[in-house]
Design a protein around this ligand. Structure first.
Ligand SMILES: C[S@@+](CC[C@H](N)C(=O)[O-])C[C@H]1O[C@@H](n2cnc3c(N)ncnc32)[C@H](O)[C@@H]1O
Length: 248
């Protein structure tokens, strides 16, 4: 039996960027992303959806300090030596050091501070090749999420999202984070995030029924849940395997 989905505020979203507890929690997040192997997953999905020419640009929504997409970039740069990157977050968190590391591998990163809804709803916004979301979509309740996915569907050819899995195992894991030295903010937000996470075809069910899209949604590793939406012309397989499981 699955846990009921519940949304509560996360402390990291509300603390000022320079608060020492927030800074420490963002460092914890880097370790958690490594443990969850989310960067590997997103890099694998990007290669899968773009088997030929690389996308021109990658946008991450809810990008935090940009370190997650930097890890993904470092995996992909040998095959994709140049890329424009947009790191969108409501807070201004991307350091010159992180921007410099993108530049060093040939990727140009632009940090944008804005609310994701306002930013995606701009009338003149272009259609992007790909939007990535890591540990972000779970912030929103079903109604807001449907609104967000609808904005995303209008603004991208591909969405790759990696979110917490809402399972007893992930909840247990989130309660163990003190054992690896994570602080109170991280421990609080991890439990809240798992309760707000996803299972089965929940994200497919919220995707707008507009246009031809291939949707895939599957559990990944021990704690993650992956959702990929690709406009039909971008799907490598051409198969519509909505809700199908996928090997981790
Ligand atoms: C859990 S953090 C994940 C950060 C990053 N994706 C990572 O994996 O390290 C979620 C991020 O979403 C941002 N965020 C929350 N609500 C937002 C909104 N409405 N618009 C833009 N960013 C938002 C927060 O500031 C925070 O940096």
């Amino acid at each position: 039996m699955h846990l009921r989905r519940s949304i509560e505020p996360e402390w990291l979203d509300e603390l000022p960027p320079a608060d020492p507890r927030a800074m420490r929690s963002r460092r914890d997040l880097r370790r958690i992303n490594a443990l969850m192997m989310n960067g590997r997953l997103v890099a694998r999905e990007l290669r899968r959806v773009f088997p030929g020419p690389a996308p021109r640009a990658i946008v991450e929504i809810g990008a935090g300090d940009g370190s997650f997409l930097l890890r993904v970039a470092e995996k992909l740069a040998p095959q994709w030596p140049a890329m424009d990157v947009v790191l969108l977050d409501q807070q201004s968190l991307v350091s010159p050091a992180t921007s410099g590391r993108f530049t060093a591998i040939g990727w140009q990163a632009q940090a944008v501070s804005a609310d994701v809804f306002a930013w995606l709803a701009q009338p003149a916004a272009p259609v992007f090749d790909v939007i990535v979301a890591n540990l972000f979509l779970h912030h929103f309740d079903a109604a807001r999420l449907a609104e967000l996915l609808s904005l995303i569907a209008r603004r991208t050819r591909v969405l790759i999202a990696c979110e917490p899995q809402r399972s007893s195992r992930a909840l247990f894991g989130s309660r163990m984070l003190g054992a690896i030295g994570c602080n109170d903010v991280t421990r609080h937000d991890a439990v809240v995030s798992v309760r707000a996470g996803f299972v089965n075809r929940e994200l497919c069910g919220l995707w707008p029924a507009v246009g031809a899209w291939t949707l895939r949604e599957y559990p990944y590793g021990l704690f993650s849940h992956c959702f990929v939406a690709a406009r039909a012309e971008n799907d490598a397989s051409g198969a519509c395997d909505v809700g199908a499981g996928h090997p981790a």
